[in-house]
Design a protein around this ligand. Structure first.
Ligand code: ZN
Length: 465
């Protein structure tokens, strides 16, 4: 059970918050959120230190045992709550450029009249600045890892490298790109897998069964197997897609994934809202994780991922934002809240999706979806040091009877105080250390101006599942 931890104040002003001294990183005197590995149960360890050595957590121990003079850097975290950095299991981050441009339209019009015409004019420099803008937004929100699925991914990788975050990157491709593009994206995947001191991992990313032929999916699966990589793909996004696929060829989109060999490699599926019960049984036989992006589903009037059925079948479901044209932010706290409340609403009882369950999904389970269950999603010795510090002293948390309830239902992005990724501080006391946000906003706006001036390009896709 959670121990109630009242946070009276943050650090007194006269004390320096950061004292740079010697070799390792000591996060001193915070309340550490502990999430059990096997079942959703959470607790808080008040007045604890987190000892970070290189990119790993070395120990979590009561404050006072470690000698601060033995550390390179000491973060005074009095009154702050430490939890694992959030993991966005499915996004198209550079789409922040188009935020607000496709509103109040059906999913068909969203793709055909807005997104694909806009994307057909994108150039790699636009993608880079869109990625930088989205990374800045995510760091501020405490999102330390993203599984991103977009274009010009070498530029996306450069942005991640510069921002200091963690990412699983896949270059989105369609059959209309041709077979050569599979090789191009495989080259990207090989070049960048393990880059940025291991913070970047790669994956292949055929877009969806309705935009890739069976042969194309087979070729992607073959290439992924050959390279020892996984696949990140959209499938059964809506029940309409599942029905259209059944009407067209008698198979559900999930069955198409199985028949084309996609499921023979570890697979992330976005969003499986149209998964039938037999699809879930099928998926339970494979190494599959599902990305759940509830705000997109609400905005585009889609169905919901059948989370409860997935859990009963042992399939992990992680939190996601999807792109900012359907979200309209990259704020995973909002996804967490919507996920939790939608489950209660649809089940007709507030007793489902408890706070520990929601926090488990946001951390350990999301790590499992992206294939990092043993190294991400917990503050424990041996895990990667991706830690966020939250300041819950704001009025919207007071009186603070339950930290974990506040984390699920009340937390806003400005409550994120500091962010550590791979043992390095990338946001300190709400100041971004790796991204110049003013420059990034200017560059992203300039990218949109350039894009608006380009001649309409040949659209590579039509949404017609
Ligand atoms: Zn998507």
């Amino acid at each position: 059970m959670e121990r109630v931890c009242t946070i009276h104040s943050i650090v007194p002003q006269q004390q320096p918050l950061w004292e740079v001294e010697l070799a390792r990183l000591l996060v001193k005197n915070c309340a550490v959120l502990q999430i059990e590995s096997q079942r959703p149960q959470v607790s808080l360890l008040p007045e604890h230190d987190i000892i970070i050595n290189g990119n790993l957590i070395e120990a979590v121990q009561p404050t006072g045992q470690a000698d601060p003079s033995r550390f390179d850097e000491v973060i005074r975290a009095d009154g702050l709550v430490a939890m694992p950095g959030l993991i966005n299991t499915h996004a198209h981050v550079p789409m922040v450029l188009f935020r607000g441009l496709a509103e109040d339209v059906t999913i068909d019009r969203w793709f055909n009249e807005y997104i694909w015409p806009l994307e057909s004019n994108l150039q790699e420099e636009d993608v880079y600045w869109g990625m930088m803008l989205g990374l800045a937004e995510m760091i501020r929100a405490g999102v330390t890892t993203v599984a991103d699925h977009y274009f010009y991914m070498d530029r996306v990788a450069q942005a991640v490298e510069r921002a200091g975050t963690r990412a699983l990157l896949g270059w989105a491709i369609f059959s209309s790109n041709g077979e050569a593009m599979i090789e191009r994206t495989a080259d990207f995947a090989q070049e960048w897998n393990g880059a940025a001191e291991g913070r970047i991992r790669t994956i292949l990313a055929p877009h969806a069964p309705y935009t890739c032929t069976d042969d194309y999916l087979r070729a992607c699966a073959h290439k992924a197997k050959q390279l020892g990589l996984g696949i990140h793909i959209h499938a059964a996004e809506t029940m309409d897609q599942t029905n259209a696929s059944l009407a067209k060829n008698g198979r559900t989109p999930i069955q198409v994934l199985e028949q084309t060999g996609i499921l023979d490699v570890p697979t992330i599926i976005a969003h499986a809202c149209g998964a039938l019960p037999e699809d879930i049984t099928l998926l339970s036989r494979y190494e599959v994780g599902i990305a759940h992006a509830p705000k997109t589903y609400l905005k585009l009037a889609m169905d919901l991922t059948p989370i409860q059925q997935c859990h009963e079948a042992g399939i992990p479901v992680g939190l996601a934002t999807d792109g900012a044209v359907s979200n309209n932010t990259l704020n995973l706290w909002e996804s967490l809240r919507l996920m939790s409340m939608l489950q209660k609403d649809r089940a007709g009882t507030p007793e489902v999706m408890s706070i520990p369950e929601a926090l488990y999904m946001a951390t350990r389970e999301s790590a499992r979806v992206i294939g990092m269950a043993d190294s991400l999603g917990a503050i424990e010795a041996g895990y990667l040091a991706d830690v966020i510090l939250l300041d819950l002293s704001g009025l919207h948390h007071q009186p603070l009877h339950s930290v974990t309830a506040s984390l699920v239902y009340n937390t806003e992005i400005h409550d994120v105080h500091s962010v550590i990724v791979d043992g390095k501080v990338i946001m300190r006391d709400r100041e971004l250390l790796t991204i110049d946000s003013a420059e990034t906003v200017v560059q992203a706006s300039a990218a949109m101006e350039r894009l608006a001036q380009r001649q309409p390009n040949r659209r590579i896709q039509t949404y017609n599942p």
